[in-house]
Design a protein around this ligand. Sequence first.
Ligand code: SF4
Ligand code: SF4
Length: 470
Amino acid sequence: MYNVRSKIATDFIDNEEILETIKYAENNKNNRILIDKILCKARLMKGISHREAAVLLECTLQDKNEEIYALAKEIKEKFYGNRIVMFAPLYLSNYCINGCTYCPYHHGNKHIARKKLSQEDIKREVIALQDLGHKRLALETGEDPIYSPIEYVLESIKTIYSIKHKNGAIRRVNVNIAATSVENYKKLKEVGIGTYILFQETYNKEQYEILHPTGPKHNYEYHTEAMDRAMEGGIDDVGLGVLFGLNMYRYDFIGLLMHAEHLEASMGVGPHTISVPRIRPADDINPNDFENAISDEIFSKIVAALRIAVPYTGLIISTRESQKTREKLLELGISQISGASCTSVGGYAEKEDENSAQFEVNDTRTLDEIVSWLIDKEHIPSFCTACYREGRTGDRFMNLIKTGKIANCCGPNALLTLKEYLNDYASTETKRKGGKFILKELNKLENIEVKKMIEDRLTEIDKGIRDFRI
Ligand code: SF4
Ligand code: SF4
């Protein structure tokens, strides 16, 4: 029985409710009156329900879809301005005891190189990441109580935060590790993680159990209830995601929104981020084996409908997607992207000789190329990590974003961190272009005092001072 506040996975992700929602959206396909009513509500920018979002997702009316895309863009700009936050993944280990059928790290794959980074390896990787200009990482590791127990993850996070190389520093470590206990989430909180990320992969219990035939991840309930435990353990910011292409996209889209609604209703804070990966080729994995691959068109619609449904949630796209797709999705509400990513264990400090990648990267450009491209598209590449470091997390963050105030921090912080990037890491051409762009964006700041403060800080950055934030 559907119950958004229940702590039981199969209540807040109720199969019947999802199936009925799919039917409701089909029955109302291209119902102009209903779509207009939903869009009218969506324009208040306070979000819409999973049922309403499902109707928008189903719509094939060209004029209405254009309205949906335009609204998604407007919402992104209202809440976050034109900044795009940058991050990179760091894979610690690919030993894994699970049998996920879509991932090359699955236990049964005998021909992938298995690796685990030592603390010395991590130092080298982090220095290489800092030398690229990254300030924000997403830590990834397979589930293995022997090769990557929680103690190893905690030690690795401490190592990452401790490295100060030239003007570089990793200022926020987000963590993507397997579902775990409240006690372990408390430990992650204590070492200062940013967002705890865990992808659901699919919300369809039956399919989930088939896709995860062995290992602890087989337990659908334990996995699906992980975010509740993480929040109980004191983690303020959690990140959801499904791997589109594993199950019917409609089912997972609705499940994702029901999960967001559940967190908001039962924990008082919705997801900090939602990631939208699509299945990619990898060692031992052929995406064609999965019948539910989705087209670029549907994928765009999913992103736009998510942006409208959960305006307060950051939307993340990785280098799994091509430059062309990322370009399109940036106009539909994406607020964070990865860049210059290495999806194998090690590989930033030295190119690896054996393949240990989790998936093939589609966008292989350097960080400098991505920064330059974002500037050309009038997005501010941002290396900002201010909120978490200023205690603006969980409900404090949500209060600021719901009142539209966070954009007042995002824009200035984006300019300051872009300036740091240009001074420390950019090519001559990107530096030239970026310098002009910062002046142009600075002139858009309406608050004279803030503008003056940012001008002063930009000058201080030229003098070698770093890490300003508001
Ligand atoms: Fe292991 Fe995660 Fe890959 Fe599953 S998806 S095999 S848990 S690394
Ligand atoms: Fe993110 Fe906060 Fe920085 Fe905005 S000000 S980019 S929300 S960390």
